[in-house]
Design a protein around this ligand. Structure first.
Ligand code: GLA
Length: 374
């Protein structure tokens, strides 16, 4: 059991609520394939063990009683609870609305939510929360939802109730992953494959300590740029070649599209290189991805660039790049397992201009886990 689960159980019981269902939903880090999920692209995220834990049960007073460790309690009728629009609570309220539209929201509900995932760090704390709430309630009412439907419902929360026009990568990464493997996901067909991460490689998540929100408009602007470019080319960026870029009239849109076209190729090459054991190639492609995100897509930031630059020079590092929506948050590096100690002491060293505020070293975790408690 993770700490978040123990805390959620204790809290739920101290609130005198019946613990009927427990759900643990991981966070995720994207190894490669950034800002391509909403362009029909291919991505390769993996789950991280930092998780959201949710305990769910009925409510004898016939109300919705929701407690989130960091954000307090909201109690009331569906209308009262789902109207809550304070920060984090929008995700919970949005998940309840989506469940009501599906016809699977019970008349009363107690939820207790805890999380070990740093927020706004690019590790999908919000996808983890929405997938967790939807899974917990669905299990409670006996509605069996398969992975793609679950991910789509959680994505609807972001689109319709939070205002982030995100792709589907994060929701599927925290849902459909299996331990030890990254998820090679085709965002056009939603077919996926589990790609085992070789034992000799470890994934380092380097938190810059800087934070961002994706609902400030920059994410939506990037998406709109890609859509304009695809419309001018006359086909999806997934099917476009670099030579098609001459048809894009705006300079900025052209650079955004160039990132997408090259990034999709990089994901394909990383998948092949991992399979062939060509780890140096994998590392080079990660470095190229960062370069493209920094200069063509312009979603990096000063702290991210510095931490990536340091990581790329650190002992044992194959390659490093920013990860997630960007602007702030975390970078990801692939590191030889045998050099992990040297890598972390280099990254934590005072001599470094940009130390990571936290370093998480992991091998891939599994996706959402739902348990009947009683
Ligand atoms: C955020 C979004 C994802 C994806 C990434 C960038 O995490 O939620 O859908 O677009 O940014 O790759």
């Amino acid at each position: 059991m993770t700490n978040a689960v123990e805390r959620a159980l204790r809290l739920h019981e101290s609130r005198q609520c019946a613990a009927e269902v427990g759900v643990v939903t991981p966070s995720r880090v994207n190894i490669i394939g950034e800002h391509v999920d909403y362009n029909d692209g291919i991505v390769m995220p993996m789950a991280l063990p930092m998780a959201t834990a949710i305990i769910a049960g009925g409510n004898t007073a016939g109300r919705y009683d929701i407690h989130s460790e960091g954000f307090g309690t909201v109690v009331g009728s569906f209308e009262e609870v789902s109207a809550t629009s304070e920060g984090w609570f929008r995700h919970i309220a949005g998940s309840l609305r989506v469940l009501r539209d599906r016809g699977t929201l019970p008349d009363s509900l107690s939820l207790t939510i805890t999380s070990d995932i740093p927020q706004g760090a690019g590790l999908s704390s919000s996808a983890s929360l929405c997938v967790g709430v939807i899974s917990a309630v669905s299990e409670l009412v006996g509605d069996e939802i398969e992975h793609v439907t679950l991910a789509r419902l959680a994505q609807r929360v972001e689109h319709e109730h939070v205002g982030v026009p995100c792709g589907i990568m994060d929701q599927l990464a925290v849902t459909a992953t299996v331990e030890g493997c990254a998820l090679l996901l085709d965002c056009r067909t939603l077919n996926f494959e589990h790609v085992r991460l070789p034992n000799e490689l470890m994934v380092a998540v380097l938190d810059t300590g800087t934070r961002r929100r994706l609902d400030t408009g920059e994410y939506a602007k990037r998406r709109a740029s890609c859509e304009r470019a695809a419309a001018e080319i006359g086909m999806s960026l997934r099917d476009s070649a670099l030579s098609d870029l001459t048809r894009v009239s705006d300079d900025i849109d052209r650079r955004r599209a160039r990132h997408v076209i090259t990034e999709i190729r990089r994901v394909e090459r990383v998948a092949r290189a991992l399979h062939d054991g060509a780890y140096d190639t994998v590392g080079e492609l990660l470095n190229e991805s960062h370069d493209s995100l920094q200069h063509d897509f312009e979603v990096s930031g000063v702290a991210l660039d510095r931490v990536v630059d340091n990581a790329q020079r650190a002992p044992g590092c194959l390659g490093a790049r920013m990860t997630g929506g960007g602007f702030a948050g975390c970078a990801v590096a692939l590191v030889h397992r045998s050099a992990i100690d040297d890598f972390t002491s280099y990254m934590a060293s005072d001599r470094n201009e940009q130390r990571a505020s936290a370093i998480y070293i992991h091998h891939p975790a599994g996706g959402v886990n739902t348990l009947r408690l009683g």
